[in-house]
Structure formats: C-alpha cells, structure tokens
Ligand binder design. Sequence first.
Ligand SMILES: NC(=O)c1ccc[n+]([C@@H]2O[C@H](COP(=O)([O-])OP(=O)(O)OC[C@H]3O[C@@H](n4cnc5c(N)ncnc54)[C@H](O)[C@@H]3O)[C@@H](O)[C@H]2O)c1
Length: 435
Amino acid sequence: MNITVVGTGYVGLVVGACLAETGNDVICADVDQKKIDGLKRNVLPIYEPGLEDLVERNQSQGRLTFTTDVASAVGRADVIFIAVGTPPDEDGSADLRHVLAVGEVIGRHATREIVVVTKSTVPVGTASKVAAAISKHATRPFHMCSNPEFLKEGAAVDDFMKPDRVVLGVENDHARSVMAELYAPFVRTGKPIIFMDIPSAEMTKYAANAMLATRISFMNEIANLCEKVGANVDLVRRGIGTDSRIGPSFLFPGPGYGGSCFPKDVKALVRTAKEQHAPLAVLEAVEEANERQKHRLFEKIERALGKELKGARVALWGLAFKPQTDDMREAPALTLIHELLDAGASVVGHDPAAMHEARRRLGDRIEFAESNYDALEGADALVVVTDWNEYRHPDFARIKAALKRPIVVDGRNLYDPAKMRSQGFTYLSIGRGKE
Ligand SMILES: NC(=O)c1ccc[n+]([C@@H]2O[C@H](COP(=O)([O-])OP(=O)(O)OC[C@H]3O[C@@H](n4cnc5c(N)ncnc54)[C@H](O)[C@@H]3O)[C@@H](O)[C@H]2O)c1
C-alpha cells in the first residue's frame, strides 16, 4: 500500500519505519526541514532502540522516503496517518491546530479515495473535526479511522511490531478492511485487532493513559505513607502486584510521572470531563498527587544537606523522563534541577542518551559529565533520577570515594537500604520505611 505519515516525531517515525518494514511504500512528511534533511542521511532526531536500523534498511531498499512536501506526499497516498503533535493548550485541552492543518492539506491535495487515520492522541470528536476540515476542499471520497497509538518510548519499535492489541475506530467497511489488511502482519500471533466506533477509539487512548497515571500516583502516595508509618513499599508492591486482579505493572513509586503523554493526556481528559459536566475527581487527584511527587527528591536532598544545600554541588544520574529515551518533556529531573538552582546549589548531570537534549534545554545552567562516575567528582551528594540499567549495579566504593559526602538520594529504589547504610552512606529512597 502507499502510505503517507504526516508528522515525523516519536510516533510518526516509528509508524512509518515499521509499516515500511512490512513491505509498504511509505513517505514520512514533516514541516521540520532540519529533521527531514537529517533523516534522509539516516540521522535520527531521537534516540529510540532499534529504530535507526529500521530507517536505514528501509530507506536503502527504497520503501521509506522523507519529505517536507506534505502536499505531494498526500497526493500519492492510499492511507494517510496524521501523527503530528497535540500539545496542551493554555487551559489544558489538547491543541488541535496541527492536526486540523493537516486535515486541510489532505482535503486540498488528495488525488484518490483514501483512508485518513488519526494517530495523534486527540479528544473525542476530533475525527469529525478533521473530516470537516478535509471536506471543505475534498474532491475525492475519504474514510476516517481513529487508531490510537500505545507504544512506549524506549520500546517503541517492539511495541509497534508486537502490539498487545490494535484499536481501530472506523465508521464503514472500506476503512475496516483497508486497516485490517495493513495491520495483519503485526497481529499474526493472535493479538486482537479491536474494531469499534470512532469516539470509543478516541476515548480508549485517554482512558488507558489515565489508568496508568492513576496507578503511578496511587503507588507514590502509598509510598509516602509507608515512610510515615514505617512500612516498606517494595514489599507492599509485591504483596499487591501478585494479586491477579491488580497485576505487577506500573506499581513502582518514583519522582512522579513525566514525558510527553501522561501529563498532557491527563490534563486534556480532565478538561474534557469538566466541559461535559462529568468531572473526573479521581484523575484530578492523580494530577495533584503527581505535582506534589515531583518535589519529593528536592525535599529529600534538602533534608540531607540542610543549610549546606546552598553552594553544594549535586550530581544527577539520569535526566530523561525514563530510561531508553532521550525525551525530557516534563521530566522530573527538570523540576529537581530548577529547585536545586533556585536554592543556590550547582548541578552536574549525566544521562546515557539525553545529554544533547539536556544541553539544548538547559544550556550552561548545569554542568555535564562524560560518565556517571565523572559526575561524582567533588559532588556533595548523588541523586538517582532515572532508572537506566547502567545505574543499577554501580561500584559503591567508587561512589563513596568520589563524593565529598556519602549522600545518595535514590528516586527509583535501585539500591538496598541496609547495604547502603552498612557501607556508610546516608541513603534516602522512596517509601522504604522511616528515614
Ligand atoms: N511520544 C509518545 O510516546 C506517544 C505515544 C502515543 C501517542 N502519542 C501521540 O502522538 C502524537 C505525536 O507525538 P510525538 O511524541 O511523535 O510528537 P513529536 O513532537 O515528537 O512530533 C510531532 C511532529 O509533527 C510535526 N508537525 C507539526 N505540525 C505539522 C504539520 N502541519 N505538517 C507536518 N508535520 C507537522 C513536527 O514538526 C514534529 O516533527 C501526539 O498526539 C502524542 O500525544 C505519543
């Protein structure tokens, strides 16, 4: 099939590369000239495991091309995926400007009967708005489909190639059969394609992210309570995660959720609920709890260093909002960095993938270290912010020798509190007893 993917960010690039990998002829179109120039040379704008190989192979074999000419990319497509950003507007609702702009371009430039797929995360009713934008200019029939994306940054290629399920909101058999054919190679192991109406598909994406964010905030609050009452959240997590009704995923406490999706999607769903006079009180509390949680690491380091925080040098391991990505959108590390700088501390950061992105955002407001151990030289304390694998089993003797004071704040509960204390560390983590 001839596929055009409009928007070549985390989602669009993965979708385009994976659809090319299964033999489709794919054009990825984006208005960002620099991004497209880089991609033509196989230089990826993002870090995503496995994606570079996929782009390189499919581009060299002629199934994947990149362009800034969105209009002509639209003109040669049978299926068009809209995968542009939907950032939060000032009131928290999803900003649909980019999505609707693409709708207009599709209306003006489609040359044949097409299926138009909204891949971006968009509120219920958006597919109708896109259809209206297309209709203003369309001369050919088109069929809408809502196909929310559930990939996780850091495992995006795997998630797309082997999805738990594919959700497709369609309103007629044409869209249904085209999309079923397109996705058939990805569900050969029997994972379901779930067809539904378009509003339900649009809502499914928000409900999924809202549920996951709820689990995280819930466990963060339980962890905070564990600290007060002297319980250990690691044990509580195992105790409840083995209940088949609950399950073990998304029960790890930490410094609050971040990234490009949970914060904005929770906000947008809360906003929709308010507009509809059907408030989502649980979700409003989830968001408030997350805002509070983002300050927990600073509170701990402030407690550990006391008055000496001013003028202290604090090392951060991990800047990305989670491991295996360079994405720093709404990263807890950013909140912590700003709080440390405001308190008069200096910061030296390390991240296996996000240093470039951190430099772009923070400039010379913090220092950057070549290795995680370099970051410790002359630092007064270490804060582990992101649970990259390479931080899981470090050389503790080396950490202790490099730090001026043996203070470790572990925002991901990577280390054993008893062992850390027996090695002489002042060790603070999340929810593991009274500190
Ligand atoms: N990142 C994720 O993990 C993830 C997962 C699932 C769903 N989503 C959703 O997918 C959508 C895209 O997210 P992303 O993280 O890939 O965003 P992104 O910001 O990484 O990429 C968006 C791209 O769209 C391009 N763009 C904007 N307007 C355009 C236009 N008019 N024409 C052509 N290109 C245009 C931008 O230049 C950018 O390259 C969002 O709605 C997001 O909520 C994201």
